[in-house]
Design a protein around this ligand. Structure first.
Ligand code: NCD
Length: 457
Protein backbone atom coordinates (compact mmCIF):
# COMPACT_ATOMS: atom_id res chain seq x y z
CA UNK A 1 0.00 0.00 0.00
CA UNK A 2 1.32 3.38 -0.92
CA UNK A 3 -0.23 6.43 0.67
CA UNK A 4 2.56 8.87 -0.23
CA UNK A 5 2.77 8.18 -3.95
CA UNK A 6 1.62 10.87 -6.34
CA UNK A 7 -1.47 9.25 -7.78
CA UNK A 8 -3.84 11.24 -9.97
CA UNK A 9 -7.25 9.60 -9.61
CA UNK A 10 -9.49 12.66 -9.29
CA UNK A 11 -8.87 16.19 -10.54
CA UNK A 12 -9.24 17.07 -6.84
CA UNK A 13 -5.97 15.26 -6.12
CA UNK A 14 -4.25 18.36 -7.56
CA UNK A 15 -4.34 21.85 -6.10
CA UNK A 16 -4.99 24.82 -8.41
CA UNK A 17 -1.34 25.83 -8.07
CA UNK A 18 -0.23 22.36 -9.14
CA UNK A 19 -2.52 22.49 -12.16
CA UNK A 20 -1.05 25.86 -13.12
CA UNK A 21 2.45 24.44 -12.72
CA UNK A 22 1.59 21.57 -15.08
CA UNK A 23 0.28 24.12 -17.62
CA UNK A 24 3.46 26.18 -17.36
CA UNK A 25 5.51 23.07 -18.09
CA UNK A 26 3.17 21.97 -20.89
CA UNK A 27 3.57 25.40 -22.51
CA UNK A 28 7.34 25.01 -22.31
CA UNK A 29 7.19 21.54 -23.89
CA UNK A 30 4.68 22.75 -26.47
CA UNK A 31 7.02 25.52 -27.57
CA UNK A 32 9.71 22.90 -28.12
CA UNK A 33 7.35 20.52 -29.89
CA UNK A 34 6.24 23.38 -32.13
CA UNK A 35 9.82 24.04 -33.19
CA UNK A 36 10.62 22.51 -36.61
CA UNK A 37 13.78 21.03 -35.05
CA UNK A 38 11.85 19.82 -32.08
CA UNK A 39 12.17 16.06 -32.49
CA UNK A 40 15.97 16.35 -32.43
CA UNK A 41 16.04 19.03 -29.76
CA UNK A 42 13.78 17.05 -27.49
CA UNK A 43 15.73 13.92 -28.12
CA UNK A 44 18.96 15.68 -27.11
CA UNK A 45 18.06 18.09 -24.35
CA UNK A 46 14.91 16.69 -22.92
CA UNK A 47 15.43 13.00 -22.75
CA UNK A 48 14.48 13.33 -19.14
CA UNK A 49 12.43 10.15 -19.31
CA UNK A 50 15.29 7.95 -20.46
CA UNK A 51 15.25 4.72 -18.51
CA UNK A 52 11.66 5.20 -17.29
CA UNK A 53 8.78 2.94 -18.29
CA UNK A 54 5.09 3.81 -18.39
CA UNK A 55 2.49 1.00 -18.38
CA UNK A 56 -0.88 1.69 -19.98
CA UNK A 57 -3.59 -0.74 -18.85
CA UNK A 58 -6.76 -0.19 -20.82
CA UNK A 59 -9.84 -2.30 -20.04
CA UNK A 60 -12.08 -0.07 -22.17
CA UNK A 61 -11.68 1.30 -25.71
CA UNK A 62 -9.46 4.34 -26.20
CA UNK A 63 -7.63 6.15 -28.98
CA UNK A 64 -6.61 9.60 -27.71
CA UNK A 65 -5.89 8.89 -24.07
CA UNK A 66 -3.73 5.80 -24.54
CA UNK A 67 -1.89 6.98 -27.64
CA UNK A 68 -1.24 10.47 -26.29
CA UNK A 69 0.11 9.03 -23.02
CA UNK A 70 2.37 6.71 -24.98
CA UNK A 71 3.45 9.45 -27.36
CA UNK A 72 4.16 11.74 -24.39
CA UNK A 73 6.35 9.12 -22.72
CA UNK A 74 8.24 8.42 -25.96
CA UNK A 75 8.80 12.14 -26.52
CA UNK A 76 10.29 12.36 -23.05
CA UNK A 77 12.74 9.64 -24.07
CA UNK A 78 11.05 6.94 -21.99
CA UNK A 79 9.40 3.69 -23.03
CA UNK A 80 5.94 2.25 -22.75
CA UNK A 81 4.42 -1.15 -22.21
CA UNK A 82 0.75 -1.60 -22.90
CA UNK A 83 -2.13 -3.93 -22.27
CA UNK A 84 -4.84 -2.51 -24.45
CA UNK A 85 -7.10 -5.47 -24.91
CA UNK A 86 -8.44 -7.22 -21.80
CA UNK A 87 -9.08 -10.30 -23.94
CA UNK A 88 -5.33 -10.82 -24.43
CA UNK A 89 -4.23 -10.05 -20.84
CA UNK A 90 -4.54 -12.13 -17.68
CA UNK A 91 -7.84 -10.36 -17.01
CA UNK A 92 -9.27 -12.88 -19.48
CA UNK A 93 -8.05 -15.65 -17.15
CA UNK A 94 -9.75 -13.93 -14.24
CA UNK A 95 -6.81 -12.07 -12.71
CA UNK A 96 -7.90 -9.34 -10.34
CA UNK A 97 -7.06 -5.68 -10.80
CA UNK A 98 -5.36 -5.74 -7.41
CA UNK A 99 -2.95 -8.51 -8.46
CA UNK A 100 -2.35 -6.85 -11.83
CA UNK A 101 -1.50 -3.60 -10.02
CA UNK A 102 0.99 -5.35 -7.73
CA UNK A 103 2.63 -7.20 -10.61
CA UNK A 104 2.82 -4.35 -13.11
CA UNK A 105 4.37 -2.14 -10.41
CA UNK A 106 7.50 -4.24 -10.89
CA UNK A 107 7.54 -3.68 -14.64
CA UNK A 108 6.90 0.05 -14.87
CA UNK A 109 7.55 3.33 -13.04
CA UNK A 110 3.97 4.56 -13.41
CA UNK A 111 0.64 3.06 -14.48
CA UNK A 112 -2.19 4.62 -16.48
CA UNK A 113 -5.44 2.73 -16.00
CA UNK A 114 -8.76 2.92 -17.84
CA UNK A 115 -11.63 0.73 -16.65
CA UNK A 116 -15.41 0.51 -17.08
CA UNK A 117 -16.05 0.41 -13.30
CA UNK A 118 -16.35 3.64 -11.27
CA UNK A 119 -13.62 3.69 -8.62
CA UNK A 120 -11.37 1.10 -10.33
CA UNK A 121 -8.46 3.57 -10.54
CA UNK A 122 -8.49 4.20 -6.78
CA UNK A 123 -8.45 0.45 -6.18
CA UNK A 124 -5.42 0.06 -8.47
CA UNK A 125 -3.70 2.91 -6.59
CA UNK A 126 -4.28 1.07 -3.31
CA UNK A 127 -2.37 -1.97 -4.51
CA UNK A 128 0.27 -0.42 -6.80
CA UNK A 129 3.69 0.56 -5.51
CA UNK A 130 4.19 3.12 -8.33
CA UNK A 131 2.14 6.23 -9.17
CA UNK A 132 -1.23 5.52 -10.79
CA UNK A 133 -2.94 7.89 -13.22
CA UNK A 134 -6.65 7.55 -13.92
CA UNK A 135 -7.29 7.41 -17.69
CA UNK A 136 -11.06 7.26 -17.07
CA UNK A 137 -12.91 4.99 -14.61
CA UNK A 138 -16.54 4.30 -15.47
CA UNK A 139 -18.63 7.42 -15.07
CA UNK A 140 -16.51 8.65 -12.16
CA UNK A 141 -13.72 10.92 -13.44
CA UNK A 142 -11.22 11.52 -16.22
CA UNK A 143 -8.78 14.00 -14.67
CA UNK A 144 -6.19 14.06 -17.46
CA UNK A 145 -8.91 14.96 -19.99
CA UNK A 146 -9.80 17.82 -17.68
CA UNK A 147 -6.19 19.00 -17.70
CA UNK A 148 -6.38 19.07 -21.53
CA UNK A 149 -9.77 20.81 -21.38
CA UNK A 150 -8.67 23.49 -18.93
CA UNK A 151 -5.45 24.04 -20.84
CA UNK A 152 -7.47 24.52 -24.04
CA UNK A 153 -9.74 26.95 -22.27
CA UNK A 154 -6.76 28.92 -21.00
CA UNK A 155 -5.23 29.08 -24.47
CA UNK A 156 -8.53 30.01 -26.13
CA UNK A 157 -9.72 32.56 -23.58
CA UNK A 158 -6.68 33.54 -21.52
CA UNK A 159 -8.21 33.05 -18.07
CA UNK A 160 -10.88 31.04 -16.27
CA UNK A 161 -12.40 33.42 -13.79
CA UNK A 162 -15.88 34.65 -14.70
CA UNK A 163 -16.03 32.73 -18.00
CA UNK A 164 -19.49 31.50 -19.03
CA UNK A 165 -19.08 27.82 -19.82
CA UNK A 166 -22.02 25.81 -21.14
CA UNK A 167 -21.66 22.11 -20.34
CA UNK A 168 -23.96 20.11 -22.53
CA UNK A 169 -24.61 16.50 -23.47
CA UNK A 170 -24.62 13.47 -21.20
CA UNK A 171 -23.97 15.13 -17.85
CA UNK A 172 -24.83 11.94 -16.01
CA UNK A 173 -22.65 9.42 -17.82
CA UNK A 174 -19.68 11.60 -18.88
CA UNK A 175 -16.71 11.23 -16.56
CA UNK A 176 -14.99 14.06 -18.44
CA UNK A 177 -17.77 16.42 -17.32
CA UNK A 178 -17.57 15.37 -13.67
CA UNK A 179 -13.87 16.21 -13.43
CA UNK A 180 -14.30 19.34 -15.54
CA UNK A 181 -17.09 20.97 -13.51
CA UNK A 182 -15.13 20.57 -10.25
CA UNK A 183 -12.15 22.28 -11.87
CA UNK A 184 -14.26 25.05 -13.42
CA UNK A 185 -15.80 25.84 -10.05
CA UNK A 186 -12.39 25.81 -8.37
CA UNK A 187 -11.05 28.29 -10.93
CA UNK A 188 -14.09 30.58 -10.66
CA UNK A 189 -15.88 30.00 -13.98
CA UNK A 190 -19.67 30.15 -14.27
CA UNK A 191 -21.07 26.74 -15.12
CA UNK A 192 -24.24 26.52 -17.21
CA UNK A 193 -25.74 23.05 -17.48
CA UNK A 194 -27.62 21.91 -20.57
CA UNK A 195 -28.44 18.16 -20.40
CA UNK A 196 -28.45 16.59 -23.87
CA UNK A 197 -31.46 14.42 -23.20
CA UNK A 198 -33.93 13.27 -20.56
CA UNK A 199 -32.36 11.71 -17.46
CA UNK A 200 -28.91 13.04 -18.32
CA UNK A 201 -28.67 15.64 -15.56
CA UNK A 202 -25.60 16.00 -13.37
CA UNK A 203 -25.54 13.33 -10.61
CA UNK A 204 -26.83 14.62 -7.27
CA UNK A 205 -23.54 13.98 -5.47
CA UNK A 206 -21.57 16.01 -8.05
CA UNK A 207 -24.05 18.88 -7.66
CA UNK A 208 -23.72 18.65 -3.86
CA UNK A 209 -19.94 18.85 -3.99
CA UNK A 210 -20.04 21.79 -6.38
CA UNK A 211 -22.23 23.71 -3.98
CA UNK A 212 -20.77 22.65 -0.65
CA UNK A 213 -17.10 22.13 -1.39
CA UNK A 214 -16.28 24.36 -4.35
CA UNK A 215 -18.36 27.47 -3.60
CA UNK A 216 -20.57 27.16 -6.69
CA UNK A 217 -23.95 28.74 -6.03
CA UNK A 218 -27.03 28.05 -8.13
CA UNK A 219 -28.17 31.35 -9.69
CA UNK A 220 -31.94 32.05 -9.47
CA UNK A 221 -33.63 31.28 -12.80
CA UNK A 222 -34.93 34.80 -13.44
CA UNK A 223 -31.35 36.05 -13.58
CA UNK A 224 -30.55 34.08 -16.71
CA UNK A 225 -33.74 32.67 -18.16
CA UNK A 226 -34.44 35.42 -20.68
CA UNK A 227 -31.23 34.82 -22.60
CA UNK A 228 -30.72 31.19 -21.67
CA UNK A 229 -34.05 29.39 -21.50
CA UNK A 230 -32.34 26.14 -22.49
CA UNK A 231 -30.05 26.20 -19.44
CA UNK A 232 -31.13 23.81 -16.70
CA UNK A 233 -28.99 25.04 -13.80
CA UNK A 234 -26.46 27.84 -13.63
CA UNK A 235 -23.80 28.06 -10.94
CA UNK A 236 -21.76 31.17 -10.24
CA UNK A 237 -18.66 30.64 -8.18
CA UNK A 238 -18.32 32.84 -5.12
CA UNK A 239 -14.91 34.03 -3.91
CA UNK A 240 -15.67 32.88 -0.40
CA UNK A 241 -17.99 30.21 0.97
CA UNK A 242 -21.55 31.48 1.54
CA UNK A 243 -20.85 34.75 -0.26
CA UNK A 244 -23.91 35.83 -2.26
CA UNK A 245 -23.33 36.33 -5.99
CA UNK A 246 -23.84 39.92 -7.09
CA UNK A 247 -24.21 39.02 -10.75
CA UNK A 248 -27.09 40.18 -12.91
CA UNK A 249 -28.80 38.79 -16.03
CA UNK A 250 -26.44 40.66 -18.36
CA UNK A 251 -23.46 38.80 -16.90
CA UNK A 252 -24.72 35.60 -18.55
CA UNK A 253 -25.55 37.00 -21.97
CA UNK A 254 -22.43 35.85 -23.76
CA UNK A 255 -21.22 32.31 -23.79
CA UNK A 256 -17.43 31.85 -23.90
CA UNK A 257 -17.21 28.08 -24.19
CA UNK A 258 -19.69 25.50 -25.44
CA UNK A 259 -18.50 22.07 -24.20
CA UNK A 260 -20.33 18.95 -25.23
CA UNK A 261 -20.03 15.18 -25.02
CA UNK A 262 -21.57 12.20 -26.79
CA UNK A 263 -24.32 10.02 -25.29
CA UNK A 264 -22.30 7.51 -23.19
CA UNK A 265 -24.38 4.56 -24.32
CA UNK A 266 -22.08 1.99 -22.68
CA UNK A 267 -23.07 3.36 -19.26
CA UNK A 268 -26.79 2.67 -19.77
CA UNK A 269 -28.82 -0.51 -20.03
CA UNK A 270 -28.17 -2.31 -23.27
CA UNK A 271 -30.24 -0.98 -26.12
CA UNK A 272 -30.98 2.34 -24.36
CA UNK A 273 -31.64 5.02 -26.93
CA UNK A 274 -31.60 8.71 -26.36
CA UNK A 275 -33.32 11.57 -28.05
CA UNK A 276 -30.03 13.43 -28.10
CA UNK A 277 -29.12 16.99 -28.98
CA UNK A 278 -27.25 17.99 -32.13
CA UNK A 279 -25.03 21.03 -32.40
CA UNK A 280 -24.56 22.62 -35.82
CA UNK A 281 -24.34 26.07 -37.44
CA UNK A 282 -28.01 26.57 -36.90
CA UNK A 283 -27.75 25.87 -33.18
CA UNK A 284 -24.76 28.18 -32.74
CA UNK A 285 -26.39 30.95 -34.76
CA UNK A 286 -27.85 32.64 -31.70
CA UNK A 287 -26.06 35.87 -30.85
CA UNK A 288 -25.06 34.65 -27.37
CA UNK A 289 -22.76 32.08 -29.01
CA UNK A 290 -21.03 34.51 -31.37
CA UNK A 291 -17.68 34.33 -29.61
CA UNK A 292 -18.04 30.85 -28.10
CA UNK A 293 -15.34 28.26 -28.70
CA UNK A 294 -16.74 24.77 -29.18
CA UNK A 295 -15.03 22.00 -27.20
CA UNK A 296 -15.57 18.24 -27.15
CA UNK A 297 -13.34 15.54 -25.61
CA UNK A 298 -14.05 13.33 -28.66
CA UNK A 299 -15.00 10.86 -30.00
CA UNK A 300 -18.11 12.50 -31.49
CA UNK A 301 -20.79 10.27 -32.91
CA UNK A 302 -23.14 12.62 -34.70
CA UNK A 303 -23.89 15.19 -31.99
CA UNK A 304 -21.42 17.72 -33.40
CA UNK A 305 -21.78 18.63 -37.07
CA UNK A 306 -18.59 18.15 -39.13
CA UNK A 307 -19.43 21.38 -41.00
CA UNK A 308 -18.15 23.25 -37.94
CA UNK A 309 -14.68 21.72 -38.25
CA UNK A 310 -13.17 24.37 -40.49
CA UNK A 311 -14.32 27.31 -38.38
CA UNK A 312 -11.96 29.00 -35.93
CA UNK A 313 -14.50 28.40 -33.18
CA UNK A 314 -14.03 24.63 -33.43
CA UNK A 315 -11.48 24.07 -30.66
CA UNK A 316 -11.85 20.29 -30.35
CA UNK A 317 -8.94 19.20 -32.52
CA UNK A 318 -6.65 21.71 -30.80
CA UNK A 319 -7.98 20.31 -27.52
CA UNK A 320 -7.02 16.77 -28.60
CA UNK A 321 -3.57 17.92 -29.75
CA UNK A 322 -2.75 19.29 -26.28
CA UNK A 323 -3.01 15.73 -24.98
CA UNK A 324 0.70 15.18 -25.66
CA UNK A 325 2.31 18.24 -24.00
CA UNK A 326 -0.10 18.04 -21.06
CA UNK A 327 0.62 14.37 -20.49
CA UNK A 328 4.37 14.96 -20.92
CA UNK A 329 4.15 17.57 -18.16
CA UNK A 330 2.09 15.25 -15.96
CA UNK A 331 4.42 12.27 -16.40
CA UNK A 332 7.45 14.42 -15.71
CA UNK A 333 5.78 15.73 -12.53
CA UNK A 334 4.65 12.36 -11.27
CA UNK A 335 8.02 10.72 -11.96
CA UNK A 336 9.91 13.81 -10.75
CA UNK A 337 11.90 14.03 -13.96
CA UNK A 338 12.08 17.81 -14.40
CA UNK A 339 13.51 20.07 -11.71
CA UNK A 340 11.44 22.99 -13.06
CA UNK A 341 8.26 20.95 -12.81
CA UNK A 342 8.37 20.04 -9.13
CA UNK A 343 4.96 19.81 -7.57
CA UNK A 344 4.20 19.98 -3.90
CA UNK A 345 4.11 16.60 -2.27
CA UNK A 346 0.48 16.17 -3.18
CA UNK A 347 -0.50 12.99 -1.43
CA UNK A 348 -4.08 14.17 -1.41
CA UNK A 349 -3.98 17.60 -3.04
CA UNK A 350 -7.36 19.25 -3.01
CA UNK A 351 -9.03 16.04 -1.90
CA UNK A 352 -10.45 17.33 1.35
CA UNK A 353 -8.04 15.77 3.80
CA UNK A 354 -10.14 17.24 6.61
CA UNK A 355 -12.56 14.34 6.25
CA UNK A 356 -11.58 11.06 7.91
CA UNK A 357 -11.73 7.77 6.04
CA UNK A 358 -13.61 4.97 7.75
CA UNK A 359 -13.49 1.27 6.94
CA UNK A 360 -16.08 -1.18 8.18
CA UNK A 361 -16.28 -4.91 7.59
CA UNK A 362 -17.47 -5.70 4.06
CA UNK A 363 -20.36 -7.81 5.18
CA UNK A 364 -21.53 -5.29 7.79
CA UNK A 365 -23.41 -2.02 7.51
CA UNK A 366 -23.94 0.41 4.68
CA UNK A 367 -22.50 -0.25 1.20
CA UNK A 368 -21.82 2.07 -1.74
CA UNK A 369 -25.17 2.80 -3.47
CA UNK A 370 -23.60 2.92 -6.95
CA UNK A 371 -24.11 -0.48 -8.57
CA UNK A 372 -21.34 0.19 -11.09
CA UNK A 373 -18.82 0.88 -8.32
CA UNK A 374 -15.76 -1.38 -8.27
CA UNK A 375 -16.80 -2.44 -4.74
CA UNK A 376 -19.74 -4.30 -6.34
CA UNK A 377 -17.69 -6.08 -8.97
CA UNK A 378 -18.23 -9.82 -8.40
CA UNK A 379 -14.51 -10.42 -8.76
CA UNK A 380 -12.53 -7.24 -8.05
CA UNK A 381 -14.94 -6.06 -5.35
CA UNK A 382 -13.52 -8.47 -2.81
CA UNK A 383 -10.20 -6.60 -2.97
CA UNK A 384 -11.86 -3.29 -2.12
CA UNK A 385 -12.65 -2.28 1.47
CA UNK A 386 -16.09 -1.12 2.61
CA UNK A 387 -14.52 2.28 2.89
CA UNK A 388 -16.01 5.77 3.12
CA UNK A 389 -14.88 9.32 3.52
CA UNK A 390 -17.01 10.70 6.35
CA UNK A 391 -18.41 14.12 5.43
CA UNK A 392 -20.25 15.66 8.35
CA UNK A 393 -21.36 19.04 6.98
CA UNK A 394 -24.80 17.76 6.08
CA UNK A 395 -25.90 15.21 8.62
CA UNK A 396 -23.88 12.05 8.13
CA UNK A 397 -22.87 11.94 4.51
CA UNK A 398 -20.58 9.10 3.57
CA UNK A 399 -18.63 9.23 0.33
CA UNK A 400 -17.50 5.95 -1.20
CA UNK A 401 -13.71 5.98 -1.03
CA UNK A 402 -13.48 4.51 -4.54
CA UNK A 403 -16.21 6.00 -6.77
CA UNK A 404 -17.04 9.05 -4.58
CA UNK A 405 -20.79 8.52 -4.71
CA UNK A 406 -22.46 9.84 -1.55
CA UNK A 407 -24.87 8.02 0.70
CA UNK A 408 -26.66 9.28 3.80
CA UNK A 409 -26.22 7.18 6.93
CA UNK A 410 -29.18 7.50 9.26
CA UNK A 411 -28.12 4.99 11.84
CA UNK A 412 -24.89 4.89 13.79
CA UNK A 413 -24.10 1.53 15.37
CA UNK A 414 -21.55 0.97 18.11
CA UNK A 415 -19.42 -2.02 17.24
CA UNK A 416 -18.51 -2.80 20.85
CA UNK A 417 -21.91 -2.57 22.57
CA UNK A 418 -23.90 -3.63 19.48
CA UNK A 419 -26.34 -0.80 20.15
CA UNK A 420 -27.46 1.66 17.51
CA UNK A 421 -28.96 5.15 17.46
CA UNK A 422 -30.34 7.76 15.10
CA UNK A 423 -27.55 10.27 15.00
CA UNK A 424 -25.83 12.87 12.90
CA UNK A 425 -22.69 12.89 14.97
CA UNK A 426 -20.02 10.34 15.75
CA UNK A 427 -18.36 9.90 19.09
CA UNK A 428 -15.65 7.43 18.21
CA UNK A 429 -15.16 6.49 14.57
CA UNK A 430 -13.20 3.37 15.53
CA UNK A 431 -16.26 2.05 17.37
CA UNK A 432 -18.72 2.96 14.59
CA UNK A 433 -20.64 0.91 12.06
CA UNK A 434 -22.85 2.94 9.72
CA UNK A 435 -26.24 1.64 8.62
CA UNK A 436 -28.66 3.00 6.04
CA UNK A 437 -31.69 2.21 8.20
CA UNK A 438 -32.86 0.55 11.39
CA UNK A 439 -33.96 -2.66 9.70
CA UNK A 440 -30.42 -3.25 8.43
CA UNK A 441 -28.97 -2.59 11.87
CA UNK A 442 -31.39 -5.04 13.46
CA UNK A 443 -30.70 -7.66 10.81
CA UNK A 444 -27.03 -7.37 11.74
CA UNK A 445 -27.87 -8.10 15.39
CA UNK A 446 -27.72 -4.51 16.68
CA UNK A 447 -30.28 -3.27 19.22
CA UNK A 448 -31.73 0.21 19.77
CA UNK A 449 -29.48 2.19 22.14
CA UNK A 450 -30.29 4.76 24.83
CA UNK A 451 -30.41 7.84 22.62
CA UNK A 452 -32.58 5.98 20.17
CA UNK A 453 -35.11 5.09 22.86
CA UNK A 454 -35.18 8.69 24.03
CA UNK A 455 -35.91 9.89 20.50
CA UNK A 456 -38.71 7.35 20.12
CA UNK A 457 -40.47 8.28 23.39
C1 NCD B 1 -13.71 10.45 -23.33
C2 NCD B 1 -13.78 9.29 -22.35
O1 NCD B 1 -13.19 8.25 -22.56
O2 NCD B 1 -14.44 9.50 -21.33
N1 NCD B 1 -12.78 10.21 -24.36
C3 NCD B 1 -11.50 10.69 -24.24
O3 NCD B 1 -10.74 10.21 -23.44
N2 NCD B 1 -11.18 11.74 -24.99
C4 NCD B 1 -15.02 10.89 -23.85
C5 NCD B 1 -15.93 9.87 -24.43
O4 NCD B 1 -15.61 8.71 -24.57
O5 NCD B 1 -17.05 10.28 -24.80
Amino acid sequence: MSAELRHLISINDLTNEEIEKIFETANRYLAELGDPDAPHRIAKSKRIGTGSILATLFYEPSTRTRLSFESAMLRLGGRTISSADPATSSAAKGESLADTARVVSNYADAIVIRHPRDGAARLVAEYASVPVINGGDGAHEHPTQTLCDLFTLQREKGAFKGLNVVISGDLKGSRTIHSFVYALARFGAHIMLMPGGKGMELPAHVDWRLRHEFHALPVPREKYEKENADIDVLYATAEQPHQPTLLSASDFKEIDIFYMTRFQKERYAEGAKADYMKVDFNFLNESKYKSASVMHPLPRVGELDADLDGTPRAAYFRQASYGVPIRMALISAVLELDAQNNLEKFAHGFRTAKHPVHTQPRELGIACPNTNCITHDPHDGSYAGNKFTVVTEDGLRLRCYYCETDVKADIVGHAYSKLYEHSTSIRDLQDTVFFANEADAQKAGFKPGARNHAAAE
